[in-house]
Design a protein around this ligand. Structure first.
Ligand code: G4P
Length: 525
């Protein structure tokens, strides 16, 4: 195995998906603490704590500055190099959140034991399922009373449509939480106030009852025995191939706040999760250990200083070794460029780097050069990894320049900010501009940036619509356009999109037009 292959083998790149408040910040922080990437708790900012007025740009900027450094975090554990990609929630929720999932090799899904599968998790999960990437589940907050584990598995299977395989199983819950039992390795991991890791090995599951008799009440023990038996007899068998295809999710239990179950989860995860995977390109499948360097831009973040309009392009490395200052080709233009000032991100800082490997994310200083989905490669005979899909927005607004004389600047700004992936832009048949976003904060950022960077004051008219779907076949769109009741617009690639006021009108439409295929994203269109 050469050095490149060794570096690839030890890399794991994942994102954490969850609904706000499930414990993503807490788990991320405990993982970073384990890896020694941060020394104190509290270093990873919980964004919800930063209450700010969205109209106050300086606050917004500060916030976004923080999200630059914490949007990719690297740490080492047990010889592995781990990259965690942040998926912002709350008001920050944007298409970036979805697109980040295009740049990872696996995903960790956190579920709050009391709340079960929540809406934002479902949305993000769907994107992972479409990509067929492995999903690992961490059920959190076992120190509190939550839903019964079997109920949670059923929910995962019913709501998300994925089979679950609990690697470990909780012993009690809330007040009576005693720890977890590892079903494969027959170990009890005791939950204790001192937060020490206490693991006890058993010869088999039969020993469990004898050991637990003194520490749990009869009811809890009886239920545990019954549920473990049920899982063994009627539950799924562990299937690593199904995990790799995203069809089965290994499930772990814990309490992130006390770090309980976190090292165990991480160690299993590192063994089971895939290293950086080959990717299909316009030419051939690109192997990570290909000596030719390649990568793609999955996110562009406007930087702290709006006066300079500088940005950071986040590049996911797909193959080869990255070296500071190396020359590559940008497939979109065929032009050669130097990858200068590459940065890597840590929990609370960013640093210049000299080298990086497949699975790693490097931040490239960008003066407006890159677009979302751009591929760069060292091979002169360039190729690309395909456009990144767009995802169904949930908020819409009509925009126009207040001053009609500024129309040229308006169109330029709209088109550039759309290329950056900050918003989606649609045109109506009457040449009106409609913006679509998945989180409303994006509107505020857009209005501000149009003013600050393009000198255009906007008139913005919010629309009541909530759902957009791509129409798979153009001939369907043509037929539907004849009925003035359908709001059919075109995206920036001229693909037809239909916009509905709510889910009810969507369902009504689907009943009336069962043959029209509608899609949630522009994946493969
Ligand atoms: P998020 O990033 O997914 O939004 O969640 P975050 O980690 O910020 O956690 C949300 C809340 O849940 C926080 O409490 C956090 O302390 C709590 N929490 C996280 N993990 C656990 C756990 O294992 N058990 C229990 N009981 N609580 C947990 P908060 O009161 O909203 O904020 P804070 O003041 O504690 O920071």
């Amino acid at each position: 195995m050469n050095q490149l292959q060794q570096e690839i083998k030890r890399r794991r790149t994942f994102a954490i998906i969850s609904h706000p408040d499930a414990g993503k910040t807490t788990l991320t922080e405990k993982l970073l603490l384990l890896g020694g990437a941060i020394r104190t708790a509290g270093a990873v900012k919980s964004r919800k704590a930063e209450k700010f007025a969205t109209s106050d740009w300086m606050e917004l900027e500060k916030k976004r500055g923080i999200s630059v450094t914490s949007s990719v975090m690297q740490f080492e554990y047990d010889g592995y190099k781990i990259n965690i990609l942040d998926t912002p929630g709350h008001q920050d929720f944007s298409e970036d959140t979805y697109r980040t999932l295009m740049a990872v090799d696996s995903v960790v899904m956190i579920i709050d034991a009391a709340k079960g599968v929540e809406p934002q998790t479902i949305k993000l999960f769907k994107v992972c399922r479409d990509r067929g990437i492995p999903i690992f589940t961490f059920i959190n907050k076992l120190d509190r009373q939550g839903k019964e584990p079997l109920e949670l598995f059923e929910e995962i299977e019913k709501v998300l449509g994925i089979e679950s395989y609990p690697i470990n199983y909780p012993i009690g819950m809330g007040q009576s939480f005693r720890g977890v039992y590892d079903r494969q390795e027959h170990k009890i991991e005791w939950y204790n106030e001192k937060r020490e890791r206490q693991v006890q090995s058993l010869s088999d599951v039969d020993e469990l009852s004898d050991i637990l008799r003194d520490s749990v009440d009869d009811f809890t023990l009886g239920q545990l025995e019954e549920n473990l038996m049920l899982l063994d007899e009627a539950g799924a068998t562990f299937d690593l191939e199904a995990v790799k295809e995203g069809k089965q999710t290994p499930v772990f239990f814990g309490s992130a706040i006390s770090s309980f179950g976190v090292p165990t989860f991480l160690e299993h995860y590192l063994k089971l999760a895939p290293q950086p995977q080959p990717r299909q390109s316009s030419k051939a499948v690109v192997q990570p250990d290909d000596t030719d360097f390649s990568g793609f831009v999955f996110k562009i973040q406007a930087n702290m200083n709006p006066a300079h309009r500088d940005r950071i392009a986040f590049l996911r490395i797909c193959s080869g070794r990255f070296e500071k200052g190396m020359s590559v080709y940008l497939d979109r233009t065929g032009k050669q460029l130097k990858l200068a000032q590459p940065q890597q991100f840590f929990a609370d800082s960013r640093e210049m780097i000299d080298e990086a490997y497949p699975g790693d994310i490097v931040g490239l200083y960008d003066t407006g050069f890159y677009q979302i989905g751009d591929t760069v490669c060292s091979a002169k005979d360039t190729y690309n990894f395909g456009a990144l899909p767009q995802f169904s927005p949930e908020h819409f607004a009509k925009v126009r320049a207040k001053n009609a004389m500024k129309q040229k600047h308006f169109l330029k700004g709209v088109s550039q900010l759309a290329q950056e992936g900050a918003i989606q832009v649609y045109k109506t048949p009457y040449e009106e501009t409609i913006l679509g976003v998945v989180g409303t904060l994006q509107f505020d950022v857009f209005v501000y940036r149009m003013q600050a960077e393009y000198g255009v004051d906007l008139e913005i008219e919010h629309m009541p619509h909530q759902v957009a779907k791509w129409i798979a076949k153009r001939e369907d769109a043509e037929a539907l356009r004849r009925n003035a009741n359908n709001l059919i617009v075109s995206d920036y690639k001229d693909r037809p999109v239909i916009i509905f006021e709510n889910d009810f009108s969507l369902r009504w439409f689907q009943q009336k037009h069962p043959d029209v295929e509608l899609r949630d994203s522009s994946h493969n269109m």
